[in-house]
Design a protein around this ligand. Structure first.
Ligand code: FES
Length: 158
């Protein structure tokens, strides 16, 4: 028993994911994503609840959570900004953008602003190399960026 409970709607979504496979466990990534949408991050209680639903151990769920960077292991800001610094983005100013966002928000990698509005994460390739450099704010991608565009994106969120 844990204190985290999925909403009925989200339980139905997980049930639909489970039906796609002959066994329950492959639905773990979808279940974690749904949990993160509901809870904001993947707490120990979230992992316990998912493990119980999918007949897994909590350690198995933890293994997935720690392997994939898209799952947050602590509460992040309302706007979670991911800055790609992998090769294509790096060659087109990814690190400059990462530094720009750090300075603008006065936080470092994986930190959250005091007002809990923003958090920042340096990430590996997000699959938008052809439109590098790019950042993601929650699930929205912003591409072909320069310093002015980044300033405008952040100002639009403040
Ligand atoms: S290198 Fe940045 S999106 Fe691929």
């Amino acid at each position: 028993m844990t204190n985290f409970r999925f909403t009925q709607e989200n339980l139905n979504r997980i049930e639909n994911e489970i039906k796609k496979y002959p066994v329950k466990q492959p639905a773990v990534m979808a279940a974690l994503w749904i949990a993160q949408e509901q809870n904001g991050w993947i707490s120990g209680e979230v992992m316990q609840e998912i493990a119980s639903i999918l007949d897994m151990t909590t350690e198995d769920v933890l293994g997935i959570v720690t392997f994939y960077t898209m799952y947050h292991q602590k509460p992040m800001g309302r706007y979670h900004i991911q800055v790609c610094t992998n090769v294509s983005c790096m060659l087109r100013g990814g690190y400059e953008i990462f530094d720009q966002v750090k300075q603008k928000l006065n936080i470092r990698n994986m930190q959250v602003t005091e007002d809990k509005i923003f958090s920042l994460e340096e990430v590996e390739c997000m699959g938008s190399c052809g439109t590098a450099p790019m950042i993601a704010v929650n699930e929205d991608y912003y591409e072909n960026l320069d310093k002015d565009k980044v300033d405008k994106i952040i100002a639009g969120l403040m």
